[in-house]
Design a binder for this molecule. Structure first.
Ligand SMILES: C[S@@+](CC[C@H](N)C(=O)[O-])C[C@H]1O[C@@H](n2cnc3c(N)ncnc32)[C@H](O)[C@@H]1O
Length: 199
């Protein structure tokens, strides 16, 4: 029986429960993630489990706009505070699986979605629906990054290795034209970059 965390309570007890702002693991992971993006800039990014907003803030340097969402109202508040000076980051509450507000006219969807350290907290049916949401909300030419701690948190449904494999398999096998372009797999975290080119 898995008891996923009460994320609001975690953030109320500690505004950075995973030391995202300062730990070497997080700094190294973010540096690798940014280095693995295959394009210098993106039009519209979505960060669907934004936590404290560190990644959204980093993505703001490479994107025209970032939509940062999270099911935790505390996470939304922390991200709004972290990204407050960044006019291109929009923060909103949203529990996955659920359709995000699409970026502006003419974009056709997000051209970058980063699924970071949160898909393993979703139940199997919610994950199945979530991968479909990510696919449907992406632009015809787009990129998805799936990045998680390699192991299984005691309060999560899957390991990072397994949830990354599942997301990549679902998206690449579903006939949606996604293909894996980058794979990073080390003792700490696993990261896949999936790319879809317009037909
Ligand atoms: C371990 S934190 C990771 C945060 C951030 N992505 C990062 O890498 O630092 C997991 C986050 O996922 C969020 N989360 C968990 N289940 C969610 C769901 N069903 N929909 C949206 N966010 C969710 C939590 O509120 C929490 O902020």
């Amino acid at each position: 029986m898995i008891n996923v965390p009460d994320f609001d309570a975690l953030y109320r007890a500690d505004p950075d429960p995973w030391q995202v702002a300062g730990s070497f693991y997080e700094q190294r992971k973010q540096a690798v993630l940014l280095a693995c993006l295959t394009r210098p800039r993106y039009t519209a990014a979505w960060d669907p489990g934004c936590g404290t907003g560190e990644l959204a803030a980093a993505l703001a340097d490479r994107t025209g706009s970032v939509l940062a969402t999270d099911s935790s109202t505390e996470a939304v508040r922390l991200t709004a505070r972290r990204c407050g000076g960044l006019g291109t980051v929009v923060v909103a509450p949203l529990r996955q699986p659920a359709d995000p507000d699409r970026p502006g006219e003419g974009t056709g969807g997000f051209d970058l979605t980063v699924v970071a350290e949160f898909a393993y907290y979703l139940t199997a049916p919610d994950r199945a629906a979530f991968w479909d949401v990510v696919d449907a909300s992406s632009a015809p030419t787009a990129e998805i990054v799936i990045v998680h701690w390699r192991h299984r948190p005691h309060d999560a449904y899957l390991s990072g290795l397994d949830v990354t494999a599942e997301g990549t398999r679902r998206l690449t096998e579903a006939g949606h034209r996604w293909e894996r372009r980058v794979r990073h797999d080390d003792q700490d975290f696993v990261l896949d970059v999936l790319v879809r080119e317009a037909a």
